[in-house]
Design a protein around this ligand. Structure first.
Ligand code: MG
Ligand code: ZN
Length: 217
């Protein structure tokens, strides 16, 4: 993992993040930043989300990945604009990368920009990208300890999606413990339960997202 956090870098990032947010506000585009560890199901969730919402909301996606364009190709198959940011080993996205990428989209014809951050529970939380909302995913196969071990990402999120809910019977994951831990770390955190694979909870999540994007927080 790269060492990258320093006060001047984060100050600069905040300035650029404000610019990104300002630009998108002018264009009336709502932006969310989706964060999780690798394999929690971000891309599958986005595929299902696009299927449900793309006829109602004009969606585009920024795909952050350490390497390969596999996830971006999956999103492109859904028929929405997508741009890949390959970080070449970098473990998070920053506001500058987003600023450069926004120029690749037709911002006059978009309502919602979804960023899939690099799979990592640590530093994506420290880099504001200019988003309106932060959504974190935790899959039940990762275990209950992630909430308390990586509190920053969950403290800074507006919504927590507990994914792979269909697999709970095959794990030691405790939903009761999850709700208790999440409340202690962030009492305002909203929680939704999904299985992106089976489709459970996806309608609720899409309704939540549609409402949030229209409220233009
Ligand atoms: Mg992915
Ligand atoms: Zn990083």
């Amino acid at each position: 993992m790269q060492i990258h956090v320093g006060t001047p870098i984060l100050d600069h990032n905040e300035t650029q993040a404000r610019r990104n947010n300002q630009l998108l506000k002018e264009k009336n585009i709502f932006m969310i930043n989706v964060m999780s560890s690798p394999g929690a199901g971000k891309t599958t969730l986005l595929e299902k989300t696009i299927d449900i919402l793309k006829d109602k909301i004009r969606i585009a996606v920024i795909e952050g990945d350490l390497a390969t364009a596999q996830d971006a190709e999956r999103i492109a198959e859904k028929g929405v604009p997508v741009v890949q940011i390959n970080t070449n080993g970098g473990c998070h996205l920053d506001a500058n990368m987003i600023a450069k990428t926004l120029g690749n989209f037709d911002l006059d014809n978009l309502d919602l920009m979804i960023i899939e951050n690099v799979g990592n529970l640590v530093c994506p939380a420290e880099f504001n990208l200019g988003e309106d909302l932060r959504v974190s995913l935790l899959s039940t196969t990762e275990g209950n300890d992630k909430i308390t071990k990586y509190p920053v990402i969950f403290r800074q999120s507006h919504l927590l999606i507990v994914n792979k809910i269909d697999l709970v019977p095959y794990t030691d994951f405790s939903m009761e413990r999850l709700y208790n831990d999440a409340k202690l770390i962030n009492s305002a955190l909203e929680i939704l339960e999904t299985s992106a694979r089976t489709g459970q909870g996806i309608e609720e999540w899409c309704a939540w997202l549609e409402k949030a994007s229209k409220s233009k927080v």
